[in-house]
Design a protein around this ligand. Structure first.
Ligand SMILES: *[C@@H]1O[C@H](CO)[C@@H](O)[C@H](O)[C@H]1NC(C)=O
Ligand SMILES: *[C@@H]1O[C@H](CO)[C@@H](O)[C@H](O)[C@H]1NC(C)=O
Ligand SMILES: *[C@@H]1O[C@H](CO)[C@@H](O)[C@H](O)[C@H]1NC(C)=O
Ligand SMILES: *[C@@H]1O[C@H](CO)[C@@H](O)[C@H](O)[C@H]1NC(C)=O
Ligand SMILES: *[C@@H]1O[C@H](CO)[C@@H](O)[C@H](O)[C@H]1NC(C)=O
Ligand SMILES: *[C@@H]1O[C@H](CO)[C@@H](O)[C@H](O)[C@H]1NC(C)=O
Ligand SMILES: *[C@@H]1O[C@H](CO)[C@@H](O)[C@H](O)[C@H]1NC(C)=O
Length: 301
């Protein structure tokens, strides 16, 4: 068996599959995928009436068949993924509008480090945080309200601003800054590094370089400090070597430092900050699986 024969066999296989598909125009994608899965489960993929092959040839040909089937399956599944929620980017008009609203029910200042609390229940439920305008005709002021579901928020006249309960980063100002800064992780990491001067300098730094509100800046700083404490050896390597956020770059696999941050600092951060990029339907410099990004848009400015 030489390579040309392998290629020929692969082409024949693809033609057979193509004919199978075009013969039955009504085959749904799911039916086609299950047909491919059935082929993959077959003990022998060799088409009857072919010449005899020895065991080794048979194995090689079947490997080619299986690989082709798997590629076809992955290609089709990939195409379905592009039908998943594709987050938009927001222009300056939208960002400025969200930036300038006044929150009518601000929370008390965050005066303690939530990472110091023992036995904090970090389980999140399916509630949503809503923006409620007391006056629909003047959207300059708003309340943040927890709702048990998106349906409840909408029927109450509120706009879902992110998945899970409201927290310190749920303000529309913080939303605007999440929209404006595609990458918040790197500038905030730099601000946390200068905490050797003082926490006040770090907080000023986060507020000035990322534009976040005071309390949102506080929880971002505690997150960064906690990550530095729990993940230092892992993160130093990644920082010095400039390891990209995702490894390999186009995958959704996090680099070891970001994975450590996610595991050690993520649960408390999500509970206290409320808003995360993914839960707000926003893309970020850290590549995430599309189905982990909440399907909402922010056109209620
Ligand atoms: C996202 O939500 C909108 C509005 O509810 C809906 O029309 C759309 O199909 C959803 N997209 C996905 C990928 O779920
Ligand atoms: C900004 O985006 C909004 C919402 O998509 C759109 O209505 C508006 O025309 C845009 N403004 C500019 C200046 O592009
Ligand atoms: C919260 O702290 C900030 C910064 O110290 C301060 O400007 C603000 O007035 C405080 N807000 C409340 C409600 O205490
Ligand atoms: C944590 O909270 C969740 C939901 O709010 C609840 O179901 C769970 O029982 C709580 N766990 C503990 C240990 O209290
Ligand atoms: C929403 O729920 C969170 C967590 O349960 C709570 O801390 C926060 O005060 C609530 N916010 C509002 C506006 O009710
Ligand atoms: C989610 O938790 C909040 C408080 O943490 C509670 O008020 C709300 O009822 C819960 N929602 C659901 C759907 O369990
Ligand atoms: C990553 O994706 C970009 C654009 O989609 C492409 O140009 C690049 O070659 C890809 N890199 C890798 C390592 O696959």
């Amino acid at each position: 068996m030489n390579n040309n024969k392998f290629i020929l066999i692969t082409i024949i296989l693809v033609i057979i599959l193509t004919i199978t598909k075009s013969n039955s125009q009504t085959t749904s994608k799911e039916e086609f995928l299950s047909k491919i899965n059935q082929y993959l489960l077959e003990d022998s993929l060799l088409i009857n009436g072919d010449r005899e092959y020895n065991v080794e040839e048979k194995q090689m040909i079947e490997q080619i068949y299986r690989d082709a089937l798997k590629r076809i399956r992955n290609k089709i599944i990939d195409q379905s993924n592009t039908l998943q929620f594709n987050p938009p980017t927001y222009n300056q008009t939208v960002i400025d509008a969200f930036s300038s609203k006044t929150l009518l029910n601000p929370q008390q200042n965050l005066t303690y480090n939530p990472y110091d609390l023992q036995n904090l229940n970090t389980t999140l439920n399916d509630s949503v945080c809503g923006v409620l305008y007391p006056d629909e005709n003047d959207r300059s002021t708003y309340y943040l309200v927890n709702y048990t579901s998106a349906e409840e928020a909408e029927s109450s006249g509120a706009f879902v601003t992110h998945l899970h309960n409201c927290g310190y980063c749920s303000t529309t100002k913080d939303l605007a800054m999440y929209m404006f800064h595609f990458d918040l992780t790197s500038p905030i990491r730099d601000c946390a590094i200068v905490s050797f001067i003082s926490y006040e300098v770090s907080l000023d730094c986060i507020q000035h370089s990322a534009g976040l509100t005071y309390n949102c800046a506080v929880i971002w700083l505690y997150d960064a400090l906690n990550t530095r404490k729990d993940c230092l050896d892992i993160c130093l390597y990644d920082w010095i070597m400039h390891v990209p956020n995702n490894v390999p770059a186009n995958s959704t696999t996090l680099n070891p430092c970001i994975q450590c941050d996610e595991d050690k600092s993520g649960p408390v951060f999500k509970l206290v900050a409320g808003r995360t990029r993914r839960d707000s339907g926003l893309l970020s410099a850290i590549n995430r699986p599309p189905n982990s990004i909440y399907n909402i848009t922010h056109y209620y400015y």
